[in-house]
Design a protein around this ligand. Structure first.
Ligand SMILES: [Zn+2]
Length: 69
C-alpha cells in the first residue's frame, strides 16, 4: 500500500479551526502536478493556506501561505 497520501485523522479534522479568526478551514487536496505534494487547509476569511505535513496540520500563521496574491 502506498503511504504517499496521508490524511488528517477525522477526530482531529473536526476540531481544527483557523488560529487567527477561529473560523472553519477548507480542505484543499494537493494539486496534480503541483510542486508541493501536500494538501492544505485554507481559511477564506484570512486568505491563508496552512500546510499539512505527513497528515499533521501546521496551524501557524507564520508558516501559512497567503492566497490573495
Ligand atoms: Zn482565518
Amino acid at each position: 500500500m502506498s503511504q504517499s497520501q496521508q490524511t488528517i485523522e477525522p477526530w482531529l479534522r473536526g476540531i481544527l479551526r483557523c488560529p487567527q479568526c477561529k473560523g472553519e478551514l477548507v480542505d484543499v487536496p494537493a494539486e496534480a502536478g503541483a510542486a508541493a505534494a501536500t494538501e492544505e487547509l485554507r481559511c477564506d476569511v484570512c486568505h491563508l493556506a496552512y500546510p499539512v505535513e505527513g497528515g499533521v496540520p501546521v496551524l501557524l500563521v507564520d508558516l501559512a501561505r497567503r492566497t490573495d496574491g
